[in-house]
Design a protein around this ligand. Sequence first.
Ligand SMILES: [Zn+2]
Length: 70
Amino acid sequence: MLQPDEEDIAILENVTYETLRKGCKECGFRHVVFQTCISVEKDVKVFFMNIECPKCKEDYTEIMHMKEIE
Ligand SMILES: [Zn+2]
């Protein structure tokens, strides 16, 4: 299991902030429930979030960022 490096953590903080600022993509509700994940592919890390809106019950996955692995 690859540990996130400092840059990854900075990206995670950033995407978390973005998500909280934007809220639910359907209704804009701010207090969404979310989980941040990093998927490590062959030569790229994909940062994505599972977002669940308690208001409109929307449940979706959003790719927030992709980073090439050097
Ligand atoms: Zn919603």
